[in-house]
Design a protein around this ligand. Sequence first.
Ligand code: 9WN
Length: 443
Amino acid sequence: NPSPDISESDCKHLADTAKKILNNNWKDSFTVPSSSQYPHQWSWDSVFIAMGYAHYNQDRAESELRHLFNGQWKNGMVPQIVFNSTELNGDYFPGYEFWEINKSDNAPDTVKTSGICQPPIHSTGVLHLIKYAPNRERALKFASDLFPKLVSWHNYLYSERDPNNEGLAYIRHPWESGQDNSPIWDSILDEFEINKEELPEYERKDDIHVNADERPSSEEYDKYVYLVDFFRHRNYHEKQILDDNCPFLVQDVLFNTLLCKANRDLAEIASLIGKNPKPFKESAERTAEAMNQKLWNEKEQMYNDFDLQTSKKIQARVLAGFMPLYAKIPDESQKQKMFDYLNTHCFCQLTDTCFPAPSYDKSGDDYSARTYWRGPVWINMNWLLSEGLDQYGFDDYVKQVKNSIIQLPFKSGFREYYDTDTGEGYGIENFSWTAALLLDTLY
Ligand code: 9WN
């Protein structure tokens, strides 16, 4: 129990509640992030969820990933959403019909998915399963079965999403980053004009169960929809999307960090199952090097995203800028600079009373304590941060971040995100990855 203020019996109770939440969100062969707000399967959520199950329900962990990969596209893309066929009319927009993925030759024949992806944390999830699942032999067999699909997913990112062969994959929609309305995207979204008449008619559903002021703005949603419309008009043809000047093309720090880590982990999986780890090690090194060359910002003491349309770094002081720690990308001098900035009032200093770590620098004018990816604490980001800091020996801060992972649900329930100062919970309740990552932290 890394949380000194919570008794063993309270921890046990908390873990039981977490398992109940996952159980309630389980839909026969996969887990929804939330039965009301997100009634389908989401890609990176499922990996975090499988990491929790790994400790106590190997069947479900495997089923979770297998179901997700059933929706893999023919070109290797693992889709952001695999739709729940029994909930096609549930409270989620954009639903399956809107994506029109059948326009693409690469879409799966029968499985219903969206037409974009999410951060590539899947190989990392599979290695986690091998490390922590009770039956290791079985986990290795599972990893062998999934191995070709993991390889084709990584290949997709390096072949389709890296036109200049830099070792960095681009994302083409804020939803692909997993951090939908992060301030990182402001400069790009403000820049591109859309003609309202050309925008397809749509109705948001994300504000039915959650307060609208905790969600992205309507201007942001217009841009999200515009981009989906842009892709479907081009039949999800990657070259066409590039040639027609897709207004959103970003080499994102978190996405590439997870790609680098996934390659390191796929190399380890390969060794364990008798395959050649070399190509994955090489890809990891290439990506790490490219991130240090292109995305490191010495002055800001963190990594920045790169906007491929303007050919400029995007200077936004987001927590995601510290994530390369997770893939051991920073060297000794970089890691110290990053930590010196992280450990300030901007992101919660060790001596502060707040809960680390807010998703955005608290000193920024546009910091918002309760708006989605513009300030609140997210448990998955805390989990990645604590794993990263741990590798560099920042033990005190690791303790504090892990403490947040436990204290926040203890105090405010299993919410989607939390207020760093008050610990109040926001977004939807009974959120799956909050439950799964709490379990992983407690096990
Ligand atoms: C769009 C499911 C997903 C998470 C994302 C989070 C949010 C979706 C939305 O919910 O995004 O993908 O509609 O708001 O930003 O990280 O995977 O939990």
